[in-house]
Design a binder for this molecule. Structure first.
Ligand code: IMP
Ligand code: MG
Length: 180
């Protein structure tokens, strides 16, 4: 039996069960514990979507890190190119520090690229990313995506922090847009 939900005008169908997501998060946490134990990074969470993944992930980390948040938003200019706007900026000094970005999803990579540019400008020593989900078919960059929970097809999803026009972030399972 498939389970569907309605958010605004769209229907979504259950796609990834929460048990599988929890397992993926534990695997990412184990990789981070292995790689960062001796030299912990500054953890940079991207608002709003990544807070749900970050909360689950951080509880499983065995090293002490400073946590900071940043909020970017893609802004549609008059041309077709997407420009990123900083809605809440970086208020932590990243100079000569290792930085670990926490994301809910890496889609085209535009957000990630913007963060890498910003952190490089501010002198970060090392920049890596841990993302709950990634759409490899949509990804347009050469930059490595270091820690990936679950790779998904290039279709719109909600749940675990991911939203459709503000809704769906609280869903424990991940749902995919239902197309008839
Ligand atoms: P980017 O293309 O990698 O920069 O991703 C841009 C942003 O689009 C992400 O941070 C998400 O907020 C949003 N996004 C991309 N794909 C999805 C999706 O399937 N569901 C919900 N939000 C998405
Ligand atoms: Mg987002």
């Amino acid at each position: 039996m498939t389970e569907t939900i309605q958010l605004h005008d769209k229907k979504f169908v259950k796609f990834i069960p929460s048990s599988q997501i929890d397992e993926a998060i534990t695997e990412v946490a184990q990789q981070l514990n292995r790689d960062y134990q001796d030299d912990p990074p500054l953890i940079l969470v991207t608002l709003n979507g990544a807070i749900v993944f970050a909360a689950d992930l951080l509880k499983q980390l065995q090293f002490s890190s400073v946590l900071s948040c940043i909020k970017l938003s893609s802004y549609q200019g008059t041309s077709s190119t997407n420009v990123m706007k900083t809605l809440i900026g970086l208020n932590e000094d990243v100079k000569d520090k290792r930085v670990l970005i926490i994301e809910d999803i890496v889609d085209t990579g535009k957000t990630y690229e913007t963060l890498v540019e910003l952190l490089s400008e501010k002198g970060a020593k090392e920049i890596r990313i841990a993302t709950l989900t990634m759409k490899p078919d949509a990804y347009k960059l050469d930059l490595p995506v270091h820690y990936v929970g679950i790779t998904i097809p290039d279709k719109f999803v909600v749940g675990r922090g991911l939203d459709y026009e503000g809704l769906g972030r609280n869903l424990n399972d991940i749902y995919q847009l239902y197309t008839e």
